[in-house]
Design a protein around this ligand. Sequence first.
Ligand SMILES: Nc1ncnc2c1ncn2[C@@H]1O[C@H](COP(=O)(O)OP(=O)(O)OP(=O)(O)O)[C@@H](O)[C@H]1O
Ligand SMILES: [Mg+2]
Length: 401
Amino acid sequence: MQAMRFNFRTLCRNAAERGGQMQRRLLDALEARHTVKSLPEFGIERAAQLAGCTASHIRNLELRGDLPEPRLVEAGSIQRRIYNYNEVNRIRAAIGKRPGRPLGAGCVRVVFSNLKGGVAKTTMSLHFTQYLAREGYRVLLVDADPQATATGAFGFIPDLDLGDGDDLFPALTENPALIEKAIKHTHWENLHLLPARLALQYADWRLSQPEERDNETLGPPPVRLHRALKEIEDGYDIIVIDTPPSLGMLSLNAVAAANLIVMPIVPHMYDISSSVQYFRILEQICALYEREINVQRLSILLTKVDASTETLNNIAVINGAYGELLLSNRMGLTKELQKSASDQVSIYEIDQPRGSRDTYNRAVMMLDGVNSEILLAVRQLWQQEVLSGIEAAENRAKVIV
Ligand SMILES: Nc1ncnc2c1ncn2[C@@H]1O[C@H](COP(=O)(O)OP(=O)(O)OP(=O)(O)O)[C@@H](O)[C@H]1O
Ligand SMILES: [Mg+2]
């Protein structure tokens, strides 16, 4: 009797069919648990502190009709006004304190990038984006990682809520103008999201094909994101990009689109070694695409920093090597963030800390410290651009005289 031949192809087809049924059942279950994301709420004193005015000023604006009537909640026998970050931004606009890039400066692109996985690229890009939105900036988060962790943090379930065209793929492979269609509004009015889906992984392969290199209309594969962002960046102060833990075409596009690279490093031996390798690769990429790459600054951000002696020693070593590149604020290892990526919750969005109030406050303080330092770097880039614009105008004037 002839033994039945093992047919791998048939096995894959059957598994895909059975898997498809399983997936539909799982998606039905997910749909039932679909959560609508919302922003934390607070009283008038906190709203006034964030907006940079007094509580009585807000009350007066509301009385005069310069602001909408406040939302009220019952608190015992009295009614309290409540606000969220979107409402704070409306207050800022009413009192002329809405921040933004200065006149003469363009949108700055900040890319969180490292070859190594698990170094907090997503955690830090998500919290930096929300910090900017909380401060009142107009911001776009581009999820360039097919794992779609940042996308999930905004309540989108890729298989349920997103379809073809809802990620970077069309803008990178068909027409840069298609980027606009992929952008989603979120529960933060001034924070938009360009989501990712697992299917975006295909972009890496597609952009590496020889025919793509010769595509004169779309340009060289690594600069497609840079070109697409030009289509929409007028509407934002800052664009933040989260990248996958590899150096495929998606990461390469992010690097070629960056003005500021933030490189998160966990101060452990293996992670330090991979940073060396990353710098070597970046150098080669710059040599290849010198004209396209416009990175004006690179900052190293130490993440998941614990208090062990070994870590302290490693930080001293990193300081010796990269000194001036290191951000002075570090992100310590904290229970509040330990599960944040998998739970798809951001610290800036929770009312109730998962651990103690002290742990939560410490985590927020560390995040605010890191984020304000990155924002400072962005503002320096804006200043440089404004100054060079003035210089150029002066030189033109001299020529005319
Ligand atoms: N400061 C921190 N303290 C404790 N845990 C943290 C901290 N920052 C991030 N984490 C956790 O570390 C894990 C990896 O973080 P994250 O997903 O942000 O890394 P990543 O670099 O984006 O990973 P990947 O390369 O897979 O995209 C997550 O579980 C996250 O919650
Ligand atoms: Mg990630």
